[in-house]
Design a binder for this molecule. Structure first.
Ligand code: FES
Length: 605
């Protein structure tokens, strides 16, 4: 053991003075006693002069590596969510090479590790079913292999929280390298963005305003290059949240995927993670309640996706930070929407990058941020954003000139949602903020889809559409079915928004007066299960209430008659997920991943 430590320390340069200062401050140590660099975890595999150490080094040499390539150097695992069926991550193999370049130049040794790729559009029934799977995979990959630190390559919606949740639970130094948004596109002279305009054009096709030929032409538009959706959808929201948490390099989340700055940023990630290993700069030292509130403030200022309300609570849970929907609502009430991006605004991520990107937005938002929070740079947030000015105030607005008078999130509750539900007022219709209407209830998604094309469907613009059995357990996986379509007959009358309720999520690129994430969900007996067509439902966003106008006695009678839906999943991942997933207001993590003592390091024998 002593010889192993000696080999390790031989390769450690002294941390920079400003880093030492920060580390000492965090550890409550006087500056005169610099912390000792930690022993390299990977050397448990590679440094020992025994049979196992021999075998581990021998297998490295089998791949053409030299023993000095793995002895005494930080070993960096690059968790890559690239796949041939993940269009938003099509460039991540090349980016992994850039990360490797940075790692090697800094004196580390990189190894690329494939991880489950959750391409949002193609994975069924929903990527959300597999977010926790990716988190488990990331954690166990890092634990089971000789890794000292990790660069996380992701970007498409669930990959960001999935990778970060796993890395947080494992606790090794980690840096998040976002895939970056795809390039802007235009169609017939108008700005068009992924997701948002797909829905707009689809509604117009249903209304008879887009021909089948034009619909085919549109297939090749809006998604102009590799990279994540270029609207302020869930991907852009979550990568910005990762940066606001301090887990990405400053400005990283705003760089377009196809910009030459992107591979340079990836190389910087590789270089920086080697230093982070030497500084023992783990997620536990970066992530605090204040950093999660910073992330929430950024979500609101961006007009970010409602999905973040689930993911940010789940990530906080992994970091041991108590964060609630009430916290998010409080932040949303004080932080206005500043980023003029679809679906709350009318610009795209490339415009945001040229306007100064996230560091400029955070600089503008500084009075709402805790600026002393440590980040992966080894410096506080204050230093990362200093001097970053907004260069286009139409894209990144001033606090006194927000994009919308309404917040990016509101949490409503009442007898229909005892544990809360969310809505995005900045992308909803103000005329529905106080609305009472008759419920039209669908028990499942196929039933709802079939009804939408019925020319005789009994509804009008005041009807409240309700979808149930679409939550974490019920669907399963809480898919993005919460942006219920407008019935075709109403689209043809010119209706483009209605009040819609569900226990599902909604794509961050979508819009409309949609109350989402109703908790507890209907499949576990939440009050949503008891609603009947014809009941009166009242939404009051300013009062933050959602009320089912049915007497307690009648609800009790319905509850007594309620039968839980039969689930067809009796084996495998889905069954495990359904048994252990928490409800939306708790983040939809698996209960056994948020509880218990840290998992011990593996025995090496
Ligand atoms: Fe991948 Fe939108 S589909 S980010």
């Amino acid at each position: 053991m002593a010889s192993m430590l000696a080999v390790t320390l031989l390769f450690w340069p002294c941390p920079q003075p400003h880093v030492l200062h920060l580390l000492n401050r965090r550890m409550n140590q006087p500056d005169s006693k610099p912390p000792q660099p930690p022993a390299l975890r990977s050397q448990r595999w590679f440094a020992a002069d025994d049979l196992r150490g021999f075998a581990h080094r021998q297998r490295m040499q089998q791949m053409g590596l030299r023993r000095e390539d793995v002895i005494g150097r930080p070993i960096i695992g690059i968790l890559n969510t690239w796949s041939d069926l993940s269009p938003c991550h099509a460039h991540l193999r090349e980016r992994a090479e850039a990360v490797k370049r940075g790692v090697l130049l800094a004196g580390g040794m990189p190894f690329e590790l494939p991880a489950m790729s959750l391409g949002e559009v193609l994975v069924k029934p929903t990527t959300m079913l597999y977010r926790n799977f990716l988190a488990m995979e990331a954690e166990e990959l890092l634990r089971s292999l000789p890794i000292d630190g990790t660069v996380l390559l992701g970007g498409c919606d669930k990959t960001t929280p999935g990778l970060l949740m796993g890395a947080i639970s494992m606790g090794l130094p980690a840096i998040y390298c976002p895939a970056g948004p795809m390039l802007n596109d235009r169609y017939k002279g108008k700005t068009v963005g992924a997701g948002t305009h797909t829905r707009i054009f689809w509604d117009e096709r249903q209304a008879g305003n887009v021909t089948p030929e034009e619909w085919v032409r549109l297939e090749s538009r809006m998604t102009r290059s590799p990279g994540t959706c270029n609207t302020m959808g869930t991907a852009s929201t979550m990568t910005a949240i990762a940066e606001a948490l301090g887990m990405s390099l400053p400005g990283a989340s705003s760089i377009p995927a196809m910009d030459s700055a992107h591979p340079r940023m990836a190389a910087d990630c590789g270089e920086r993670i080697v230093a982070m290993v030497r500084e023992d700069l783990t997620p536990q030292r970066i992530l605090t309640r204040a950093s999660f509130l910073n992330a929430a403030a950024v979500q609101m200022a961006l007009g970010g996706s409602t999905n973040a309300a689930v993911h940010i609570i789940a990530m906080a849970g992994r970091a041991g930070v108590a964060l609630t929907l009430a916290d998010l609502d409080e932040v949303a009430r004080r932080v206005p929407v500043l980023a003029n991006l679809f679906p709350s605004g009318d610009r795209l991520m490339e415009d945001f990058y040229f306007a100064g990107g996230l560091p400029a937005l955070m600089n503008r938002l500084h009075e709402h941020l805790a600026l002393d929070e440590l980040t992966v740079t080894g410096r506080p947030l204050r230093e990362n954003i200093a001097g970053h000015e907004v260069v286009d105030s139409d894209v990144i607005r001033a606090l006194e000139h927000p994009v919308s008078p309404h917040p990016a999130l509101a949490v409503v509750s009442g007898n229909l949602a005892p544990n809360g539900a969310v809505i995005k007022p900045s992308a909803a219709s103000e005329r529905f903020f106080r609305h009472r209407g008759r419920a039209l209830v669908f028990d499942n998604q196929p039933q709802m889809q079939a009804a939408m094309v019925d020319p005789h469907l009994d509804c009008d613009e005041t009807t409240v559409l309700v979808l149930r059995n679409a939550g974490p357990v019920g669907a399963p996986g809480m898919p993005e079915w919460g942006g219920l379509p407008i019935p075709r007959k109403l689209l043809r009358q010119g209706v483009r928004d209605m009040v819609r309720l569900s226990d599902a999520r909604m794509s961050g690129t979508h819009y409309g007066t949609c109350v989402l994430h109703i908790s507890p969900e209907s499949a576990v007996g939440g009050p949503l299960a008891l609603v009947q067509t014809g009941d009166e439902i009242e939404l009051d966003v300013p009062a933050r209430t959602l009320t089912l106008h049915v007497s307690d006695e009648e609800l009790a009678r319905r509850r007594a008659a309620w039968v839980a839906p039969v689930q067809p999943f009796t084996r495998g991942w889905t069954q495990l997920y359904q048994r252990h997933v928490t409800q939306a207001h708790l983040g939809c993590d698996l209960d056994f991943l948020q509880a218990g003592a840290p998992t011990p390091e593996p025995v090496i024998f």
